[in-house]
Design a protein around this ligand. Structure first.
Ligand code: HEM
Length: 116
């Protein structure tokens, strides 16, 4: 699950762009000329370097262009679970979600945030 590991190098300073969910959805990888973004706990990351994992038809495309925090906490790839509201998670699942936060912070640059 945590397949990528090790040193990812220095990240760029965090961006401050604010997305609506509709704007974020434009970055789901379906337009090859645009970067691929996803959000975790409202923070938007540039996952373009892993387009092969997040682009259309790939294993984790369900996470692209949205905040799928609930699904990450549940270790789920079901589209219905891919929503920003993670208030239903139990303590263990919150721990899983927070591990994903530190994973994304290490591996990817922050573009900004998504607001409803
Ligand atoms: C049989 C079950 C699974 C296997 C064998 C598996 C395998 C992998 C592998 C090999 C990678 C690393 C890919 C790479 O770095 O090239 C990876 C990454 C990842 N997996 Fe899974 N996985 C499984 C289930 C899940 C589930 C249920 C989730 C749902 C949360 C998930 C979410 C992710 C995410 C978000 C990444 C990180 C992609 C990145 O580097 O940005 N995986 N998985």
């Amino acid at each position: 699950m945590f397949g990528s590991s090790g040193e990812f190098g220095m990240r760029k300073p965090p961006g401050t762009r604010v997305f609506t969910p509709e704007e974020l959805a434009q970055f789901d990888g379906s337009d090859a000329s645009k970067p691929v973004y996803l959000a975790v706990k409202t923070v938007v990351y540039d996952v373009s370097s892993a387009r092969a994992m997040y682009g259309p038809g790939s294993a984790y495309s369900v996470f692209a262009g949205k905040d799928a925090s609930r699904a990450l906490g549940m270790s789920s790839v079901k589209p219905a679970d891919c929503v920003p509201d993670y208030s239903s998670l139990n303590a263990e699942q919150i721990g899983t979600l927070d591990q994903w936060v530190s994973f994304y912070q290490k591996k990817y640059d922050i573009i900004g945030s998504v607001k409803p």
